[in-house]
Design a protein around this ligand. Sequence first.
Ligand SMILES: C[S@@+](CC[C@H](N)C(=O)[O-])C[C@H]1O[C@@H](n2cnc3c(N)ncnc32)[C@H](O)[C@@H]1O
Length: 270
Amino acid sequence: MSDPPGEAPLETPETPEPLAARAGGPHATGERAAPFTRLADVYDAIMSDVPYDDWIDFLLREATARGFRGGPTLDLACGTGGATRPMRDRGFEVDGVDGSEAMLAVARAKLPEVRFRRGDLRTFRTGRRYALIFSVFDSLNNMLDPADFVRAVRRARAHLLPGGLFVFDANTRRGLAELWEQGVAEGATPEVRYRWVHRYDPARELATVEATCHDRHGRFTEVHHERPYDPEVLRRLLRRAGFEAVDVIVFPDGEDATEEEPRVWTFARG
Ligand SMILES: C[S@@+](CC[C@H](N)C(=O)[O-])C[C@H]1O[C@@H](n2cnc3c(N)ncnc32)[C@H](O)[C@@H]1O
């Protein structure tokens, strides 16, 4: 199968005003970059405490309980390969798809043996099917329109082997409303100083993060948007996309998720 038409730009609706500037942040100026472009170089440094290994162990445990017995896997919206690596380390064959060439370049440098390709969540084609497709760290929340969300999960379903599983996490309304205390996350590593300002508009169900970073190349700001997906909405949209069994649970216990949970994990059988 030929390469997918995955060249469409990522979601970039206009933001009405610069949040970091409004918040009086120290990094309020600098280049405005498209989502997941300049950030790619410093993404791993900023995300160094993300528990990818624990997430993959949880994901494999819960997938095994739902019939997963091995086979090829796909990391969807794999970014820099944070979750691809632990899946590979546990002995699974894994491919990766992401919409950002910059994120993929970092992933390829870290995991040269993995087949990474560029593709949009809503249109991707890899030319093969998988026993397990996984997508972690809010990537499906980038689908700002539920119709796009359904397109994306339909593409995932079309890539599943019979009985295969699609697993992903998502921020809920509660999660996006309360993302960080005071709405600001800031820090410094040897590679980057960053200040990320967050706000949530419940009427539009739209979260906005203005991520300002200062790295060795200078200062830049990327504006990212997410739409929340609550457990009931996830079940409805997954069924609309043709999935039969849909469980929405919580890390790490695997209990059924309620609307009160900030982040939920969906296990859907195609
Ligand atoms: C928060 S990052 C998560 C990356 C990776 N899964 C991880 O856990 O680190 C979200 C990823 O989704 C990708 N993404 C956002 N919108 C996309 C789209 N429409 N199609 C494909 N990838 C997309 C971005 O390029 C980015 O790599």
